[in-house]
Ligand binder design. Structure first.
Ligand SMILES: [Zn+2]
Length: 230
């Protein structure tokens, strides 16, 4: 197993996109699984008892608003990305229409298990720091800043210098342009003239080409920053 290859495969996972809308299903599943590996989980996860409910919850909290969430889709579709393996799928495949994807119910009743393939899993358990590196990569690539922080807390990752790449000037200029107030609620708490709990949000996400310039910034309190990014 070559780590560069693995990082490349994870960077290249195919994501459903429509215009500026993106579906973070696979990234959320991968982050969840990596967080569990960090805590010593064995290679495979039982879909019905270990994936469906927690992934549904993550999609509900961190995904775009939808009437329905389908945790079965990323679990099934990751198979095509080159490092993800499922077992017990024989009874789940519709022989008349093999391209039809199994529902959550079918994955559960067939006791389908899934996880990273054996060589990748072996590599990760021997190099736990790589788990963090992969998780950081996924967070940076697919989520805006305030969502990243919530996800890190929720999944109990501990990254030491995750925030190093931020541009401090951007924050300064944006807060100044908004007169050190939240653009939504006017919140402007300061302590010894330092703004507290006020953040510079990117209107268009930095990781999707949104520049760090005032025109692409919005001063928001942390509450409204999270709400805005969601
Ligand atoms: Zn606010």
């Amino acid at each position: 197993m070559n780590i560069q290859e693995l990082i490349q495969k994870i960077t290249d996972i195919t994501i459903w996109k429509k215009g500026d809308q993106r579906a973070p299903h696979k990234p959320l599943l991968l982050l969840y699984v990596l967080s569990q590996y960090r805590q010593g989980h064995e290679r495979l996860f039982n879909y019905g008892t270990e994936i469906e409910a927690p992934l549904f919850d993550l999609l509900n909290r961190f995904g775009p608003q939808r009437n329905h969430y389908y945790p079965n889709m990323p679990f099934w579709r990751l198979q095509r990305d080159g490092f993800w393996q499922l077992t017990n799928i024989e009874n789940c495949i519709n022989n008349n229409k093999p391209s039809k994807e199994p529902t959550s119910k079918q994955l559960t009743s067939c006791q389908v298990y899934g996880g990273f393939d054996e060589p990748t899993y072996q590599y990760l358990t021997k190099h736990p720091l790589i788990i963090n590196q992969l998780a950081e990569k996924i967070l940076n690539q697919h989520f805006p800043e305030s969502v990243q922080e919530n996800l890190i807390n929720q999944l109990e990752f501990d990254f030491t210098d995750f925030y190093r790449q931020r541009d401090p000037k951007f924050r300064q200029l944006v807060l100044r342009a908004y007169n050190y107030q939240c653009a939504i609620c006017g919140y402007d708490l300061r302590h010894d003239s330092v703004s507290i709990g006020l953040e510079a949000a990117h209107v268009k996400w930095k990781q999707h080409g949104g520049p760090c310039i005032v025109n692409n910034g919005l001063a928001l309190c942390s509450l409204h920053h999270s709400a805005f990014d969601m």
